[in-house]
Design a protein around this ligand. Structure first.
Ligand code: SAH
Ligand code: SF4
Ligand code: F3S
Length: 443
């Protein structure tokens, strides 16, 4: 029996897919990269923007022939989209090929749901939350990189965002459980840990806040690099900056979603910080760690965004000089506050122009900053063979920059010293600063 998982959305979903894969493997399923070979296909969905949803429906339609071709094949759908009634109803009515639906808060019930479907042959829709065992650990020893959940949910209710409706309220995992999981992963050979939560900065387990947890994780023997995602600028404390600065194995990269450079828009978004406060945090980060790379998220065309608001976003981007950015066109999400401001929606043509103007500001800065990296010596955790060149491998350095350099599969999972020799807008090219003959085989 073979399974195949299609994941949409963010790292939380990627990590959920890993947990689902683990459950399936415990049931005797084996992974396959070929959809046609699979007996079980799971689609883990995202609904953060409308096009994410449309993609899911398109792919489910395309999977009908696979499903109907052989008796016993199971098509399952999970993830954030399944946390809302309307999407479940659409699947119920229009996608009879879907056998199994579950949510983000009852993943651990999957074996039971599969058994129920097998026993009755009926479609099973179950998204009722179960008391999740946040102490539960799952094994994943064949990777040098691992996600570790530290909290779930979000309490911020940014007015454009549907995530709090899909993922529920914030709940922090116990610090001792997080640290134990990291210790076990490190003992198994994991070199890089990414701590996950919608807003890691508001983590709290009694007297352990996020800076304290980060310090504990960074001090676990064998952990060579710690990353974390995501942060909210309103909760970025000086204590966190101190912990980062004093732990060289914490990545020299901060993802700090800006969303907009206009105070009026930030207020309408319910972001709870001003452009001045954002700039203050950027300055504090750079004062403590001058080499730190900054990345961000920006939304263009939020309801009511004026030309002046847009200009302020461009100005702020010029001032901060981000190293990387995810840029989005505002997408109204049913049920959110902003989606009700229909009379203030920015027309598509204006949004498209503003989006292009934003890229025109951002991209030359990325290119220039990458160019400045030429000559630097960095440490790259190799993730795999480069997509466009079988004689190169690629991975990320401590500033989260994508680096390609000559090498083969023996390097996968290694932390490799590399000298940067070339730069593009989105990636760097380097040469290895080591003898390939000294490499140990892949674990
Ligand atoms: N909790 C994380 C990630 C949220 S989703 C955080 O706060 O950083 C990732 C990004 O998607 C957000 O930062 C935002 O820029 C974007 N986004 C969320 N809802 C959106 C919407 N309705 N339209 C366009 N972009 C959106
Ligand atoms: Fe969405 Fe805001 Fe929560 Fe991020 S912090 S998940 S953008 S509501
Ligand atoms: Fe999407 Fe859910 Fe992540 S809506 S962005 S997969 S939390």
């Amino acid at each position: 029996m073979k399974y195949h998982i299609i994941t949409h959305g963010c790292q939380m979903n990627e990590h959920d897919s890993e947990r689902i894969a683990f459950l399936l493997e415990e049931m005797g399923y084996e992974p396959t990269a070929q959809r046609d070979d699979a007996d079980f296909i799971l689609m883990n969905t995202c609904l953060v923007r409308e096009n994410a949803e449309l993609k899911v429906y398109g792919q489910l339609g395309a999977l009908k022939p696979w499903h109907d071709e052989r008796e016993g094949r199971i098509l399952a759908v999970s993830g954030c989209m399944m946390q809302t009634g309307p999407a479940q109803e659409t699947i119920q009515k229009k996608y009879p090929q879907v056998d199994l639906v579950f949510g983000t808060q009852n993943i651990q019930k999957l074996p039971e749901l599969i058994a129920r479907h097998r026993a009755t042959g009926e479609r099973v829709f179950d998204t009722t939350p179960v008391e999740e065992d946040l102490a539960a650990q799952y094994r994943k020893a064949d990777h040098q990189f691992a996600y570790v959940n530290i909290m779930t949910g979000c309490n911020n209710f940014c007015t454009y965002c549907i995530v709090p409706f899909a993922r529920g309220r914030e709940s922090s995992r116990r610090a001792i459980d997080v640290v134990r999981e990291v210790e076990r992963l490190a003992a198994d050979g994991t070199k890089e840990i990414m701590l996950l939560g919608q807003n890691v900065n508001s983590y709290r387990d009694e007297d352990v806040d996020f800076p304290a947890l980060l310090a504990r994780v960074a001090e676990v023997p064998g952990v060579e690099r710690v990353r974390f995602m995501s942060s909210h600028p309103k909760d970025l404390s000086d204590a966190l900056i101190q912990v980062m600065a004093s732990h060289p194995n914490v990545e020299r990269h901060f993802h700090l979603p800006l969303q907009s450079g206009s105070n009026a828009v930030l207020k309408a978004m319910n972001r709870k910080y001003t452009r001045e406060q954002y700039l203050d945090r950027v300055r504090a980060l750079r004062a403590a760690m001058p080499e730190i790379a900054l990345s961000t998220d920006i939304i263009v065309g939020f309801p009511g965004e004026t030309e002046e608001d847009h200009r302020e976003t461009l100005e702020l981007c010029r001032e901060v000089e981000f190293d990387a950015a995810f840029t989005f066109i505002y997408s109204p999400r049913p049920g959110t506050v902003a989606a009700k401001r229909v009379d203030q929606f920015v027309d598509a043509q204006t949004t498209a122009r503003r989006f292009q103007e934003l890229l025109d500001v951002l991209y030359p800065i990325f290119a220039r900053k990458n160019h400045e990296a030429i000559g630097q010596e960095v440490r790259v955790l190799v993730e795999g063979i480069s997509k466009n060149d079988p004689h190169r491998v690629s991975g990320r350095d401590a500033q989260n920059r994508l680096v390609h350099f000559p090498g083969d599969e023996r390097l996968i999972g290694q932390m490799a010293p590399v000298k940067i020799t070339e730069a593009g807008s989105f990636a760097l090219v380097g040469e290895p600063l080591f003898e390939t003959s000294t490499l140990s085989a892949k674990r």
